[in-house]
Design a protein around this ligand. Structure first.
Ligand code: DGL
Length: 255
């Protein structure tokens, strides 16, 4: 493992491409190896043991590719097993959690809706995070499984269906002041969501924070690359590779 080794990034499917995109724009000289586990998607309905087994299989594969760090571009997988992975592998493992702290820092006394998978919202890790803030903020948990499914099915251009789905989750969010996108699949809906809510509503995700953290971790070990920039997609359902590239292109057009 050396400076020119790639960074491994994985998700239960295609949601993590939103994290990949952010890391690529923040660290354009890094080679990025993305693995989507679409064959086993969703993770949000699985048990801790099932998710951990998948994550170990993926990280074993990354180690065989000689990656220099692994980004778990999935809040659900992080909740399930980041500690297990950190103990098992000798490289940095960067996890994600819903960016509740970022939302709380916007203004005091807010109502904040956290959109995530059922698994993330039920895990102890999220309960601990929530209890740091729930004395001062009203925090609502909104599981949004359909938003994962529609990305995996390449249905983001079905505007009527997307609008109806987002409106359903907005109704459960009870006119929140901020919405935290606590699942990496949901970042693909950011623009559509912005068009459905008033401009005073803050929509927050953890992708930029994760990209910054990734840079800091590599810089601290003098592992930043200045000669790469390649992106390679892999997926446990190889037919999802074309959709992976399409999703990345769409995000890059939005920038
Ligand atoms: N993208 C994943 C996350 O950030 C979860 C999607 C799923 O597999 O349920 O939580």
């Amino acid at each position: 493992m050396h400076k020119q080794s790639p960074i491994g990034i994985f998700d239960s499917g295609l949601g993590g491409i939103s994290v990949l995109s952010e890391i690529h724009s923040f660290l354009p000289k890094e080679d990025l190896l993305f693995l989507g586990d679409s064959k086993y998607n969703p993770y949000g309905t699985k048990t801790k043991a099932e998710i951990t087994e998948r994550c170990i299989a993926i990280c074993d594969w990354f180690m065989a590719q000689d990656v220099k760090a692994i980004v778990i571009a999935c809040n659900t997988a992080t909740s399930a097993c980041v500690d297990v992975l950190r103990k098992r592998y000798p490289i940095d493992i960067i996890g994600m959690e819903p960016a509740l702290k970022v939302a709380c820092e916007i203004a005091p006394d807010q109502k904040i809706a956290v959109w995530a998978t059922n698994y993330t919202l039920k895990e102890k890790k999220f309960a601990n995070l929530m209890h740091r803030f729930d004395q001062d903020y009203t925090i609502l948990r909104v599981p949004c499984p359909k938003l994962v499914e529609l990305v995996e099915k390449d249905a983001l251009d079905q505007s009527a269906l997307i609008q109806e789905t987002l409106e359903g989750y907005l109704a459960q969010s009870q006119a929140a002041d901020s919405i935290v996108l606590g699942c990496t699949h949901f970042v693909f809906y950011r623009k559509m969501l912005e068009n459905l809510v008033s401009k005073d509503v803050h929509i927050v995700d953890g992708n930029a924070g994760t990209a910054r953290h990734c840079k800091d971790v590599l810089a601290a070990k003098d592992l930043l690359n200045d000669a790469g920039g390649n992106i390679e997609f892999h997926n446990t359902l190889p037919e999802k590779i074309a959709l992976s590239q399409k999703l990345l292109n769409e995000l890059e057009e939005e920038l």
